[in-house]
Write a protein of this length. Sequence first.
Length: 498
Amino acid sequence: MKNKFRKTADRGATSNLSVMLSVPTVTKGSRVMTYVAPVWLGKICLILSLVLFFTLSPTPQQGFCFSGRGEVYSDEQVIKAIISEAIGEPKEGIVAVAYVFKKRIDMKEPLGSCGYKRKDIDEFIAEQPKRKVELVKEIWACVKAEKISNPTPNAFYFENVEAYGKPDWCRVLIKKIGNHSFYEKNKNRGWLMLSKKQLEERKKYIGASEAAAVLGLSRYATPLEIWAIKTGQIEAPQEETLPMWVGTEMEEIIAKRFTLETGKKVQRVNSTIYHKQHPFLACHLDRKVVGENSILQCKTASAYKCREWENDIPVEYIIQEYHELACSGYKKAYIACLIGNHKFVITEILFDKEKLNILNTIKKEVAFWNKFVAPKVMPDTITASDSDVLYQLYPKVIDGSEVQLDDNATKIIESLDALEGDYKSLALQIDAQKNELKAILKENEVGTTKNHKVSWKPQITKRLDTHSLKEENPGIYEKYSKTTESRVLRITVKKGEK
């Protein structure tokens, strides 16, 4: 009796059908043996596949279909999804939602909407104005054919933030239309790109970009803010600014330029690196240099910050590299910075040369964690930049509550009183000297000295007369009035006290 399978050995390629059918391959000695199904079985499988395809695929009457990740969407389903998400939006908003769905489907992604699966979707559509339903159908036909412009290019998500809050995936806002905010697809890494779980994980350690703030040497954050975030009392900033986005996008370009300038190859480091002795200190490296015991930090700076890089590296970045070298164990750090798209700077930080500074940096970070973060004790250092942090920590008051302040508060009040007196005196002196210059200029518009230029030009300013508006059109005033809430600090002298 003949074997039902033909045997082929040592062929460069096997039949595609053998792969489709997942026919097992066995090794016999040094020869690879692949068992291939006979031709008649392959033909039957092909016929069955074609029958299933044409049976399950939507017909032309169902509309043009797209295939998402594991799903097939008909025109009818997409239209239902658009109606469920945007029927109450202006035309531009409907078009924008339709384009988001088209982009997701074109990229083989799920729609991201369950509206068309609602049990009551047909009843919901029946309740909508027929003209609006027909408008949605027309818009979808135009969007498919790209006969109508996309008001939110590159949008991949949308959400009614006011109604449902801002989800984790909200990154770069493109535009807000009606009730929906439209966002780009997240392609980036970094603090602002992390999930809730990852953000919670970051509360367990001090990162390299936070080290300068812990030491009170950052222009962008304060010790109090870092403490409040790490102890879970306030949320870490989530909004991604344009400079942050540019910095992340330019990271790859800067790394390539570094390689061109130095001939040193670099590669990504995707893991979190923890300090061996202090697990509450960690870092994420931009790149490591291949063949060296060194790392690369990629930075961007605007042309306005060129002077910061003329003589030395900004202190925040120096401390960041101290932290990274201490955590990672590498012996050298390169900092490559693109300044204003016209200057490229590369500097080095050597561990052995900066060892004392690095050890002192880590010592202060460890003290900060053990003294303030772990026991949840507020740091001693409060700065002029902490107003927002303090309000986030204590936004509400207990009605009628009063506390007896200690001698330290008395010293602060007395110092503040003296400083405000000096400030008023200095302000008067400043205004008097400005007036002296005006008297010298007389009717002249501009005056010059050896080193300075002084101008006294006419300037017209228009301001809204809110008092008159409130009296004459109270409805309009109320409609466009915005209510904000804050806490105001006032210091007064008690009656009978001096």
